[in-house]
Design a protein around this ligand. Structure first.
Ligand code: CP3
Length: 361
């Protein structure tokens, strides 16, 4: 705790205990009391900021990601502008694929594109399981630089794509609505599927351990396309692998599971072992907490499209989320999915002010 806020009441100075952003984030992640709910936004380091667009006008995406000074510059933009409690490293879930020997490109307006999608057992055998020091040294360098530049302002957040979501890109080759080839492999070729998931979990666990050693205070596992699955399929084909990753990270740093459209999987996701579960807007936060139980924290859950509405609408929705959390330990305020590019950054500043302004008693 640091005592930094001083205010005048009836002529006498009183001091209010305030936490740094890093302390606030880590206390909530450990389900301990906080002075105010911590807040950050998924995809805050790119997308909606004019200063990010100016940086991207000078350098392409991969140059920013591969140059630690530029990646840290992009990471710090939302910290300076919004005063959020978490600084998510500017990187992408696709970066570790390079070290695995998988060629990909991030095409503007399209997203990730894999040169030669993984479809056969020979393709899977060729995937290299490497440590991040070899595969993505620039990500670790960026985290070290970020951790030293950030101080206590915010928690330094590392992340990775979860094995299922990475498999969706590897097998289908690019963004899709249904990932039909991936699901066909999962249903039709179980031996290949488990061999692929095994390798992807191994690389992902090494990658996240490396990020924590380089200075990440917490890590988030993005399983963006999990909403395509029913509970039985998830339990048999995906949960054992994310569970192995969370088990491997226990005691090293807090872990956050991300997915969207997964009400049908929520209790199984909680059982897979993350410290916090990111939930989207499809379920009110208190109902999600009833399903997850009190031993799991919750991150969420404002609908990012709501930020397009006038401020009073956003204000009511944000207060509703805080009321449903009811100052229970373990809540980190966030959106239910990433910021949309057309979002007015001032809306995000106002949300941070509102969330931090509601002090916990
Ligand atoms: O934005 C940030 O806060 C920076 C970190 C970050 C990026 N990607 C940078 C990025 C994070 C956390 C991600 C995660 C990511 N990447 C996910 C999981 C989150 C989610 O939204 O579900 C996924 C599925 C990807 C894959 C990916 N990378 C896509 C679909 C795209 C294209 C469209 C887009 O912007 O999301 C990318 C490219 C990408 N990753 C960009 C950025 C800033 C845009 C590149 C550019 O500036 O041209």
């Amino acid at each position: 705790m640091t005592t930094s806020d001083r205010s005048q009441t009836n002529g006498c100075a009183i001091s209010i205990q305030t936490m740094s952003g890093q302390e606030r984030f880590l206390a909530a992640a450990a389900r301990q009391p906080v002075d105010a709910t911590p807040v950050w936004f998924m995809r805050q380091a790119g997308r909606c900021l004019p200063e990010y667009r100016a940086l991207r006008a000078r350098h392409d995406f991969m140059t920013v990601a591969r140059t630690p000074e530029l990646a840290v510059e992009a990471t710090l933009m939302p910290i300076d502008r919004f005063g959020v409690d978490g600084a998510v490293l500017f990187a992408d879930i696709m970066l570790p694929l390079e070290g695995m020997g998988v060629d990909f490109d991030i095409k503007p307006g399209v997203g990730p594109v894999i040169a030669k999608p993984i479809r056969s057992s020979a393709d899977i055998e060729r995937i290299r399981v490497v440590d991040p020091e070899e595969g993505t040294p620039y990500v670790l360098d960026a985290l070290r630089l970020l951790r030293s530049g950030l101080g206590e302002r915010a928690a330094c957040l590392g992340f990775a794509g979860a094995p299922f979501t990475l498999a969706c890109y590897l097998v289908d080759g690019r963004s899709s609505r249904e990932y039909p080839r991936t699901k066909a492999l999962m249903y039709g070729e179980p031996l290949l599927w488990h061999a692929l998931m095994d390798k992807l979990s191994d690389v992902t666990l090494r990658y996240l351990k490396g990020q924590i050693a380089a200075g990440a205070d917490a890590v988030q596992l993005f399983d963006s396309w999990l909403g395509l699955l029913d509970a039985e399929t998830y339990a048999a084909n995906v949960a054992p692998y994310t569970g192995r990753i969370f088990d491997g990270l226990r005691g090293l740093a807090p872990t956050i599971h991300f997915s969207t459209g997964t009400v049908q999987l929520l209790s199984l996701i909680g059982q897979s072992g993350p410290d916090l579960v990111s939930v989207d807007w499809r379920l009110p936060l208190d109902e999600a907490w009833t399903i997850l139980g009190p031993d799991t924290g919750i991150q969420g859950n404002l609908d990012p499209t709501l930020l397009m509405a006038p401020w009073p609408v956003v204000q009511v929705a944000s207060i509703d989320i805080l009321d449903r959390a009811g100052q229970r330990p373990g809540h980190i305020f966030n959106l239910g999915h990433g910021i949309l590019p057309e979002t007015d950054p001032d809306q995000l500043s106002r949300v941070v002010e509102l969330v931090h302004g509601r002090r916990h008693s």
